[in-house]
Design a protein. Structure first.
Length: 294
């Protein structure tokens, strides 16, 4: 079993094996915020800090018979003592979480996280109800805003779904443009349907333009930067010359929506075709904006 799932099970065990779903997310967030390297990352969602990855793990554990679920809560039904399975540091964090927050209601936990981590409350549908006017203004002020017209590029290699989405939010990206030829991924959250759903929940539009991608068959033997450079020379000579209409589509989308991001897999921009696609768009006659790799 993944260690991160043991943390969830240990957390439930410590709270009498039962927690409301919103409370569980908040307590897990507070737990992760005390870890040197958090096992879960979070995004600002409808009720504050939320981890899509943790929710996927919870669903998997229900399917495996370790948890039961109803509309509002999760219950640990596995009899295993998972607190013992945690390392010393995480066990101490768990005890502190129980002692500090053990008696708080769901609303109290929401308010506490909203006050101390305003960024994670920016999309909350409960913030205005739970907070006073002054506190709510602080949340509104935590929302990232950018008035510049910027074309971003972003890769998801080596980062969690939540870290990836936070980069989009913090740069005030309005539209994510998937430039993969085949938008499937073994990594949670990054196949087309999932990514589109998660973006929509955060008010980010998702668009897929496969024509500007590179077919998987062309990417099989890429071991050195020289291999990548050879591939990209072919890409520039063949694909980019045939996809001027799609490049103009992206440029017009940028003009309309102000901040969009081209996305593919590689973290290293020098090993991803999105760099050359972005440079082709920058070379179009009407270009007069910014390009940033995030």
């Amino acid at each position: 079993m993944f260690y991160r799932r043991k943390i969830i099970l240990a957390l439930l065990q410590t709270f009498d094996s039962h927690l409301p779903k919103i409370s569980l997310q908040k307590l897990l967030f507070l737990f992760a915020s005390r870890q040197n390297k958090p096992d879960y990352d979070f995004v600002p969602h409808l009720y504050g800090c939320y981890s899509f990855s943790a929710n996927a793990d919870l669903t998997a554990m229900v399917r495996h018979g370790q948890l039961s679920e109803d509309k509002a809560s999760f219950t640990k039904i596995d009899a295993t003592d998972y607190v013992k399975a945690l390392d010393v540091k995480d066990k101490k964090i768990l005890i502190d979480i129980k002692n500090t927050y053990g008696k708080l209601t769901t609303n109290s936990l929401m308010k506490l996280t909203y006050l101390n981590y305003q960024y994670y409350a920016i999309n909350s549908v409960k913030a205005k109800e739970i907070l006073n006017d002054e506190q709510y203004v602080m949340v509104l002020n935590a929302k990232p805003r950018n008035n510049n017209i910027i074309l971003y590029t972003i890769g998801y290699e080596g980062i969690s779904l939540e870290e990836y989405l936070n980069r989009l939010i913090k740069n005030d990206v309005k539209v994510l443009v998937d430039v993969r030829n085949n938008p499937l991924s073994m990594k949670f959250g990054f196949s087309k349907t999932q990514l589109k759903t998660f973006c929509a929940s955060l008010k980010i539009e998702y668009i897929h333009i496969p024509e500007v991608g590179i077919q998987s068959s062309q990417r099989q033997e890429l071991k050195t930067q020289t291999d990548y450079d050879k591939l990209f020379e072919i890409y520039k000579k063949q694909n980019l010359k045939k996809t001027t209409s799609q490049q103009l589509q992206i440029l017009n989308l940028l003009k309309d929506r102000k901040r969009i991001a081209l996305t593919c897999f590689e973290a290293n921009i020098c090993q991803c075709h999105r760099k050359h696609l972005a440079e082709a768009i920058v070379s179009l006659p009407e270009w007069e904006y910014e390009l940033k790799h995030i």
